[in-house]
Design a protein around this ligand. Structure first.
Ligand code: SF4
Length: 246
């Protein structure tokens, strides 16, 4: 196909990113919380051997990219990947793959089950990779305040934390969150909400933040900039946190 007839934006949404070499693409795959099983890895390896150049690249968002795929092979590769239950990553103005540390699944410092959190985020709340948004938007989940997934510099950075004020000892472990951070050319640290949330309350906050962003952001504007323009306190009011005092 003529290069200028290719809809690169549509391919990007499907996880196929235009490479520097003409007619070549890198397939960006992802799995929830970055967990590929051994079958997925064999399939990825076969695709790299058959359609790529026999190697893969691990992305910073815990996905696997397979470079050097020819335009003519895209539909075949997509079919194989989907059949294997491997999900497609994305790029552009959308929600990127949510990153997650192991949390209490095996890390000794983990306070929360990060994998279960990501599963609920995606499957119960529909906040899933490739969702169209005004600009790139990143969510990072960490099992404890060490924040190994760098939630401070993500649009939403969730982490497990202990609520020392909780009367009921069984409710001491909850969720902290940073909102509005980002990397890029104008990096910024997110606002840390000084409150320990229950999982359900935090999902409500995340949904309101996304709704706020959709409604108020200029195209190609990161959340942190939108909050700055809108006003931090007004933003906290809109997402229902005016009484927290932050
Ligand atoms: S953020 Fe905490 S739970 Fe997650 S890997 Fe780091 S130390 Fe472990």
């Amino acid at each position: 196909m003529e290069q200028n007839l290719i809809d690169y934006e549509a391919l990007k949404k499907r996880g196929f990113l235009k490479s520097r070499a003409a007619g070549e693409f890198a397939l960006r795959t992802r799995m929830p919380a970055g967990n590929y099983n051994s079958t997925h890895l064999k399939i990825v390896s076969n695709i790299a051997d058959t359609y790529g150049e026999g190697f893969v690249h691990m992305t910073v968002r815990q996905g696997i990219e397979i470079p050097h795929i020819k335009y003519a092979d895209i539909d075949n590769v997509e079919f194989i990947v989907k059949q294997a239950g491997i999900q497609l990553g994305t790029s552009g103005s959308r929600l990127r793959a949510t990153t997650s540390c192991p949390g209490n699944n095996w890390c000794k410092s983990g306070l929360i089950n990060t994998f279960a959190f990501v599963d609920a985020l995606e499957n119960e709340h529909g906040i899933i990779c490739a969702m169209d948004l005004p600009h790139k938007f990143k969510i990072a989940v960490a099992g404890c305040p060490n924040l190994c997934t760098r939630g401070q510099s993500s649009e939403i950075g969730v982490f497990g934390q202990v609520d020392l004020k909780a009367q009921d000892a069984s409710k001491r472990i909850g969720y902290g969150v940073y909102i509005g951070g980002c990397g890029g050319k104008n990096p910024r640290q997110g606002i840390k909400l000084e409150k320990v949330f229950s999982q359900e309350d935090l999902f409500k906050v995340i949904e309101k933040v996304i709704e706020f962003y959709r409604k108020n952001a200029q195209p190609k504007q990161r959340l942190g900039e939108t909050i700055e323009q809108f006003g931090k306190h007004k933003f906290l009011e809109v997402i229902g946190l005016e009484l927290t005092g932050y």
